[in-house]
Ligand binder design. Sequence first.
Ligand code: HEC
Length: 147
Amino acid sequence: MYRLSFALAAVLFACAGWRAADTANAAGEQQPAILIESLAGHDSFERYCAPCHGVTGRGDGPVASALRTRPADLTALARRNEGRFPRDRVRDFVTGSGRQLAAHGTTEMPVWGPLFRAFETDARVRERIENLLTYIESIQVAPTGAK
Ligand code: HEC
């Protein structure tokens, strides 16, 4: 639990830092916010996933070295699933509804469902997550050679 809190704190801190930079650029008109306004999948990915998974999704973000578990390579989800993007499984993992934390020990991957819901409406959370899944699907690498 300590580890998870640490990881979350690191991400939220990073988010706040970027936000502060944005705000400075925007002539200080906006309130610093944890949650970005944009629901675009790419924007959510950069903000919430890239610190650990990297901007390219390969698992090499700036926070990755502080974690015990290496963040997954999110471009290889289809390749590791017989060429099909496992959208439902990824959704369950990200929102936390399909995660068996106890069975797999601790995890350093934040549970995003409740986090997003704490800051915005359920309708926006659903849209944010679906857009995020579509974005992650779009960065899948083609299966190479024999499966
Ligand atoms: C604090 C670091 C961190 C952040 C931020 C983070 N992840 Fe992860 N993620 C991990 C780690 C570490 C794993 C490795 C698996 C585990 O811990 O169970 C992982 C695993 C995953 C997996 C499982 C892949 C598989 O092999 O099945 C998915 C999907 C995923 N992350 C998606 C996301 C998405 C989408 C976001 C942004 C909304 C995100 N992650 C943000 C650390 C992070």
